[in-house]
Design a protein around this ligand. Structure first.
Ligand code: NAD
Length: 333
């Protein structure tokens, strides 16, 4: 099986090559390209059996059609999310889509807590102040998480890990999900979304991006939140309507906002740093607020998670070759 690996970073190549060497994945070879997968680059897949792509790839109808023309039968997503994949077109052409549903939920949950803590205690500001010899505490006051309420939206693998972390901080943990996670019932109280919004001191988003969750954080839901709440999003940017978030920040609704994901992520806003783009960028506007901390989709980025991503992706390829069904198959609906 020949796999074309798109959007290769050095750390991807290292972890996949190390995993290939350390384990037995017979017959699998990988070629790496720095190009990301989109309609302009899909034709590079000519002569390969499978492509490996990521959250940033544009795998809409046009890309899928070109992949089909080039004979691709397997799309290996080396991530959990697949909202950027046109599953209908994949199904129409018999292209199997597989993903890595849970490589290290703790990696993302720990980063979510890091964002909550850093924005609560203004660690980014403190870091810069001290480096400039300013040891004053002005602008750095936060609040204790101990005995406060954490509201977790989506209690799958990452949300559950976040619930456990919040419990470890001595927080009361409430959650909203369309399905309840039995393993959390001992210490998590499931409530309505409305109650979660109005009762939480820290809100963390851990549900996938779907039609039903698109812009779930908007001016109406923001208004229902407590004043001085901390909002963290490590899930997908479009769960939050950015213009409304900016309005909420202007209304002084938030003590802090920590974002690992943002709506403009896929438009390469920060790779193409032209002044004009930055001027109209909502992400750049968000960065102008002192209580907002943004990281660059790094929640998954730990040694453990990268190793697990490589091992599962390669096992997915082997399952495909063996014609085995897999819980990692992405199906419509
Ligand atoms: P998961 O499938 O295990 O859990 C998602 C949960 O969301 C499920 O319990 C589901 O019932 C729930 N959900 C679905 N619709 C909902 C709704 N309308 N309201 C509330 N809850 C709803 O997924 P996971 O592995 O925990 O990942 C969660 C998300 O984290 C992924 O979809 C992905 O977008 C994101 N993610 C981010 C990074 C990162 O690096 N920042 C890495 C991996 C995953």
């Amino acid at each position: 099986m020949k796999i074309l690996f798109y959007d290769t970073k050095n750390y991807d190549k290292d972890s996949f090559q190390d995993t290939l060497k350390a384990n037995n994945f017979p017959g699998i070879t990988i070629e790496y390209t720095k190009s990301d997968l989109d309609p302009r680059t899909a034709a590079l897949a000519d002569g390969f059996d499978a492509v490996c792509a990521f959250v940033s790839s544009d795998i809409g109808t046009q890309t899928m059609e070109i992949l089909h023309e080039k004979g691709i039968r397997l799309l290996l997503m080396r991530c959990a999310g697949f909202n950027n994949v046109d599953l209908e077109t994949a199904a129409k052409y018999g292209i199997r889509v597989m993903r890595v549903p849970g490589y290290s939920p703790e990696a993302v949950a720990e980063h979510a807590m890091a964002l909550a803590l850093a924005s609560n205690r203004r660690l980014y500001k403190a870091y810069n102040k001290v480096r400039e010899n300013d040891f004053s505490l002005s602008g750095l006051m936060g609040f204790n998480f101990y005995e406060k309420t954490a509201g977790i939206i989506g209690t799958g693998k990452i949300g559950a890990a976040m619930c456990r972390i919040c419990r470890g901080f001595g927080m009361k943990v409430i959650a909203y999900d369309v399905y309840q996670n039995e393993s959390l019932k001992e210490f998590v109280e499931y409530v309505s979304l409305e109650q979660l919004l109005s009762d939480s001191d820290v809100i963390s988003l851990h549900c996938p991006l779907m039609d039903s969750t698109y812009h779930m954080i908007n001016i109406d839901t923001i208004k229902q939140m407590k004043d001085g709440v901390i909002l963290v999003n490590t899930s997908r940017g479009a769960l939050v309507k950015t213009d409304d978030l900016i309005e909420g920040i202007r209304m002084h609704k938030f003590a802090g906002v920590g974002l690992d994901v943002y709506e403009e992520e896929t438009n390469n806003v920060f790779e193409d740093r032209s002044d004009e783009i930055l001027e109209h960028s909502t992400t750049a506007r968000l960065l102008s607020f002192p209580n907002v901390m943004i990281t660059s989709h790094q929640g998954f980025f730990t040694r453990e998670a990268l190793g697990a991503i490589a091992a599962t992706t390669l096992q997915n390829a082997l399952d495909f070759v063996a014609g085995k069904e897999s819980p990692n198959d992405v199906k419509i609906g």
